[in-house]
Design a protein around this ligand. Structure first.
Ligand SMILES: [Cu+2]
Length: 323
């Protein structure tokens, strides 16, 4: 009887992991929504580049770091304007919510050039970073709010020149990042056509792969024993940031102040129930510890072992800070 109960609990505990990894299922721009294809499918004529599977991209030199696992060019472009609000809805492959809760959210853009995004190869993209969000003042990560099903929202640069652009929204999950190669990258690209008559262009760009190293302080990191503040990988926020305020009286000083730039170009996840989402993930991973030591279907199997241990370490760190 006891064994049967344990077995039943084990099966239940495995379910969240089967559905853990996800993709951008919908992008909403100023209230207009664009659906994405589930990985491996092409049923929707979409502006979101479909990935082949939801497993994490591993390694800073991985060719799929640009737009995700074997991402395919999308059929359409989504319409946007300078300053548009763009929301990314991450869903699990089975339709549930995003699962991981530690690590940053970052957003980059790249011009698709005169030929446009439907034929643009992302390996040639010259990316600039428009927004990032990491560890928040309450000790949770911006990523954790995705567990509630809330989308991540960024503003496009208010002075960006018209044309077609890829917008690359990226989750990095850091729960196993304390060993080299452990960080999980989840990039997603959406094809945009930006109108207007602004003239802003980025003054520096990077490539993917190329912008990250496996040894970067924000990629090889024990987030459960973080010393000092989290260091975002990749370039600083571009001069074309998500909340550039052209006429602002203090814009000349913030231009050289990376802290101010970072905070002025942060991503938001509109959610009020972050704590309960984190709490439920704790109980899920704890109950899974005893049962997932053999084989599971993806390379995240050690998360079940890792997360409770790390959470307890983090808890003790918090307690040390309190006492
Ligand atoms: Cu994972």
């Amino acid at each position: 009887m006891k064994a049967a109960t344990t077995f039943a609990l084990s099966v239940l505990a495995l379910l969240p992991f089967v559905s853990a990894h996800g993709y951008v299922s919908q992008v909403t721009i100023d209230g207009t929504s664009y659906k994405g294809n589930t990985p491996g499918s092409s049923s929707v004529k979409s502006a979101i580049r479909m990935i082949a599977d939801v497993s994490p991209v591993k390694g800073a030199t991985n060719q799929y770091l640009s737009c995700g696992q074997n991402a395919q060019k999308a059929a359409t472009v989504a319409t946007a304007s300078p300053g548009s609000k763009v929301s990314f809805k991450w869903s699990a492959i089975t339709g549930g919510n995003w699962f991981h809760n530690v690590g940053p959210l970052m957003t980059y853009m790249a011009s698709c050039g005169t030929a446009g995004c439907t034929s643009f190869n992302s390996s040639a993209a010259r990316w600039f970073k428009i927004a990032q969000a990491g560890l928040q003042s309450d000790g949770t990560w911006a990523q954790a709010a995705l567990l509630t099903g809330a989308p991540a929202t960024v503003s496009l640069p208010s002075n960006i020149a018209p044309g077609e652009y890829l917008i690359r929204h990226e989750i990095i999950a850091l729960h196993t990042a304390m060993t080299s190669g452990g960080a999980e990258f989840y990039p997603s690209c959406t094809q945009l056509k930006i109108g207007g008559s602004k003239t802003g262009t980025p003054n520096a760009t990077v490539s993917f792969p190329g912008a990250y190293k496996d040894t970067d302080a924000g990629i090889l990191v024990d987030v459960y024993d973080l010393v000092g503040s989290y260091v975002f990988p990749g370039p600083a926020i571009s001069n074309l940031s998500g909340k550039t305020s052209v006429a602002s009286s203090n814009s000349t000083t913030t231009a050289s102040d990376s802290d101010s730039e970072t905070s002025s170009a942060s991503e938001t996840v509109s959610s009020t129930s972050t704590e309960s989402a984190s709490a439920s993930s704790v109980s899920i991973s704890t109950s899974a510890t005893a049962s997932t030591s053999t084989t599971t279907e993806d390379d995240c199997e050690d998360e079940a072992d890792a997360e409770p241990t790390q959470l307890s370490r983090r808890f003790s760190r918090v307690m040390r800070a309190v006492l």
